[in-house]
Design a protein around this ligand. Structure first.
Ligand code: ADP
Ligand code: ZN
Length: 213
């Protein structure tokens, strides 16, 4: 599959991407995961991204395009890719379009996960993330077997430091201003698939039906 997953923070992009990778071996490319790993390792990229991330602001388009320009060239993308958290601004979408045209790659769809705001807020405040493998848990609906320990890799599972109430509210504002307009962008490109569901099963089925997978 070659898909973009659009949707607010907490809409379920990461969960749906992980489900889709299991179907056909496409890779999930999450710019958030790449940036969090860089911050954790203390690389130059991490240092440049850290402050914006902590505040719930976007990292610069140049930084993101630098990462994605390299990432999409890697061999594993040949099996297909699920872009999770990218593009997030119109300039990123324009740059991606140029990049994919250059590589001769055609997207199948930009899937817009449309989830009510109350659900988003509830999910983000109860979400927990493994700092080692990126696995996502929820203290209410899908807790780890042992508190604070990842079921999959044994890593540390914590509340992200951009999941304070203040940073969450800022991330949602940033989403509405900068990222929500991408739905129109991809509608005009003839690529938009709107899915209104809080169930990842339903979302996955709708995507498979749409692309004929
Ligand atoms: P979310 O749960 O909000 O979808 P992500 O894990 O995708 O979170 O991203 C976390 C943070 O990383 C964002 O708030 C932002 O600071 C930064 N980031 C991730 N992807 C991008 C991007 N495509 N453009 C700019 N900043 C990004
Ligand atoms: Zn883990």
């Amino acid at each position: 599959m070659r898909l973009i997953l659009l949707g607010a923070p907490g809409a379920g992009k990461g969960t749906v991407a992980k489900r889709l990778t299991a179907i056909d071996g496409s890779v999930q490319i999450s710019t958030g995961d790449i940036l969090r790993a860089a911050v954790k390792e203390g690389t130059e990229l991490g240092k440049q991204a850290e402050a914006a991330m902590k505040a719930g602001d976007l990292v610069s388009d140049d930084l993101i395009m630098g990462i994605m320009g390299e990432r999409l060239l890697q061999d594993d993308c040949k099996a297909g890719f699920l872009l999770d958290g990218f593009p997030r601004t119109i300039p990123q979408a324009e740059a991606l379009k140029v990049l994919l045209a250059k590589l001769g790659i055609q997207l199948q769809a930009a899937v817009n996960l449309d989830v009510p705001k109350e659900v988003i807020l509830d999910r983000l405040t109860t979400r927990r993330t493994c700092m080692d493998c990126g696995a996502i848990y929820n203290v209410k609906s899908s807790p780890t077997k042992v508190e604070g320990v990842c079921d999959k890799c044994g890593g540390k599972v914590v509340q992200r430091d951009d999941e304070t109430e203040e940073a969450i509210s800022n991330r949602l504002d940033v989403y509405n201003q900068k990222t929500a307009p991408l739905a129109d962008f991809y509608r005009k490109e003839g690529l938009l698939l709107d899915v209104n569901s809080t169930s990842s099963d339903t979302v996955v089925t709708a995507i498979q039906a749409h692309i004929g997978a």
